[in-house]
Design a protein. Structure first.
Length: 329
């Protein structure tokens, strides 16, 4: 009888622990909401004059996105080695999507936004921040990913402090159309990749168009057609990675709308950017299903990956048009 009671107690404790771990894991897996870039940036500015300094809004938004990545409920989960973090995969995928977009923007800031011409010297803070954000997202020790990303954020703070310092001429941010275009072209490829991976949730034959428009161009694999399909086990990972990337890109484009307002108005491209923002806002809708569904084509079940691919493809097409507008005189 005593042994029976002990077994029942142990079973009850184990069941309670599993429920607690599940509840914590569910809470940690909730994606952060989007935020009002203009109001959040204004709240961080010590004076209104700071928000009018070129680069302040974009840099502050980048800081806020990176801090959200590290400070959201549960913290940074991609490199967790203990439950419940190690048991989760949706939120780590979301984190990686945010990180990829942040890395792209950091690289654009290093190559373009903080430099006037190709012969100019790169900014010392941004050049150091880029490798910090490029740390392997699964590193958990020596160094851990969080400490590396935190150093990158600190370098962004240092860069921003120099931007608002009227006596400092070494740190600059150039709101030029060609700089904006270079960043957009980088993002185009990123969104195009997500669109292809999401669409591959339904296996299909794909014609090789890699060399289209280049008669004599060559690559290693001259395959005319291939079958592409995302593994069933990776469907939710690809979906949440794309959702995280869209979340970060949405914040950065809202910052660009403020930062490059004069350039966008001059190119009559402000409406185009707002349309892209609207398409990306649709990617942040709540997923009410307990799992990512993968219905086949026009079947009875929904296919969440194809819905996400639709929004991202439309945003990507609009980005291509925006890039062309930036290239026009």
């Amino acid at each position: 009888m005593k042994q029976h009671l002990n077994a029942k107690r142990i079973g009850a404790v184990v069941a309670l622990l599993l429920i607690i771990i599940w509840a914590i894991g569910w809470y940690w897996s909730l994606s952060p909401s989007t935020f009002d870039v203009k109001n959040r940036v204004a709240a961080q500015a010590q004076s209104r004059a700071h928000t009018e300094v070129p680069g302040y809004t974009m840099t502050t938004t980048m800081i806020m996105v990176a801090e959200t990545l590290l400070d959201k409920p549960g913290g940074y989960l991609s490199n967790d080695v203990m439950p419940p973090g190690v048991l989760l995969d949706d939120m780590p995928a979301w984190e990686f999507g945010v990180l990829e977009m942040t890395r792209d923007l950091a690289m654009s800031m290093r190559k373009d936004f903080s430099r006037s011409q190709s012969q100019s010297v790169e900014n010392k803070h941004i050049s150091k921040a880029v490798p910090q954000f490029n740390m392997d997202h699964k590193n958990w020790m020596f160094p851990e990913a969080e400490s590396s990303y935190r150093k990158g954020i600190d370098l962004l703070y240092a860069y921003r402090a120099e931007l608002v310092d009227p006596n400092n001429r070494s740190s600059q941010f150039y709101t030029r159309a060609d700089n904006l275009r270079e960043w957009i072209k980088m993002v185009e490829k990123r969104l195009g990749s997500y669109s292809q991976r999401l669409s591959a949730s339904v296996g299909s034959a794909r014609i090789n168009t890699d060399m289209a428009g280049q008669r004599n161009a060559k690559n290693k694999a001259q395959v005319s057609e291939s079958h592409v399909q995302t593994s069933w086990w990776k469907l939710d990972d690809v979906f949440f990675e794309a959702k995280g990337a869209s979340w970060a890109m949405l914040q950065y484009l809202k910052a660009a709308e403020i930062e490059f307002a004069d350039v966008l108005e001059d190119k009559n491209a402000l409406v185009s950017l707002r349309q892209i923002i609207r398409e990306l806002e649709a990617t942040q809708q709540t997923v009410w299903s307990p799992m990512i569904l993968n219905g086949d084509g026009f079947g009875m079940m929904a296919n969440h990956s194809l819905v996400m691919a639709n929004y991202i493809s439309r945003a990507n097409a609009a980005l291509i048009e925006l890039s062309e507008l930036m290239n026009q005189g």
